[in-house]
Design a binder for this molecule. Sequence first.
Ligand SMILES: CC(C)(COP(=O)(O)OP(=O)(O)OC[C@H]1O[C@@H](n2cnc3c(N)ncnc32)[C@H](O)[C@@H]1OP(=O)(O)O)[C@@H](O)C(=O)NCCC(=O)NCCS
Length: 239
Amino acid sequence: MPPSILGWVPSGHMTRALAPSFIGSSTRRSAGSALHAVTRALGRLRLAVPRRPRWMRGPRLEAPIVAPTLRTDRLLLRPHRMTDAAAWYALQCEPSVLEYLPWPERTRRQSARHLAHRTRHTQLVQRDDFLALGVERDGILIGDVSLHLRDVGADERSAEIGWIVAPGWEGHGYATEASTAVLGLAFGQLDAKWVTAVVDAGNTRSLALAERLGFLPVDQHGADRVLRLSAERFAPTTR
Ligand SMILES: CC(C)(COP(=O)(O)OP(=O)(O)OC[C@H]1O[C@@H](n2cnc3c(N)ncnc32)[C@H](O)[C@@H]1OP(=O)(O)O)[C@@H](O)C(=O)NCCC(=O)NCCS
């Protein structure tokens, strides 16, 4: 999902799986928030892990997937650029955006650095490569959809998707539309056999989005649900 900016990171659910899952039902509510806190802390730790060198990252795709520009009925998806810095910072300041992402609160300067990383993550070649696209509506940056390449081998090729829409733009189907376009890339040019989404069980909007897109739950790791969409099941869902 999700947005891991420093290059190599283990898959989201693998890291989050370290969160304890054995807490009893009488303390479920506080256990839920404790799990969530642990998940966030681990996520931040994950962002601090140094990039794993390419020679350790196994096979490469036959041809790299370079961040494209995608047009949908209402949206433009394109690589991030530094002229988005103000909009990107505003997005990162939204508590509802940070609530379920392993992102720290960033200053304007840190946010610009974060965006600069994103402008460079524009190619999928090897495991754990990351590609992020800014989502524009009428020239305004309203969100981000990303793909992490998780497995490269042709028979088990897979990616993990992440999605964000700024709160003021929720409820219009923009995340559905943008994610459908990125899934088209994953199942088309990348030829993924499936795409996963790792979603906190409390993130109802994200779970609803995954369901709308046809994802099915396959696993649970601590507070996280792992959902999967197969190539066979994928069909454009934009209304
Ligand atoms: C997760 C997130 C992207 C979902 O955004 P969203 O706005 O709920 O999703 P969509 O843009 O697809 O909009 C769906 C809503 O628009 C409505 N809608 C209107 N037109 C629509 C259309 N053409 N297609 C689909 N839905 C449409 C749907 O009925 C739904 O309404 P509801 O919210 O009343 O159920 C957003 O909440 C978010 O960015 N959260 C913070 C970051 C985050 O947690 N990311 C995920 C980490 S795993």
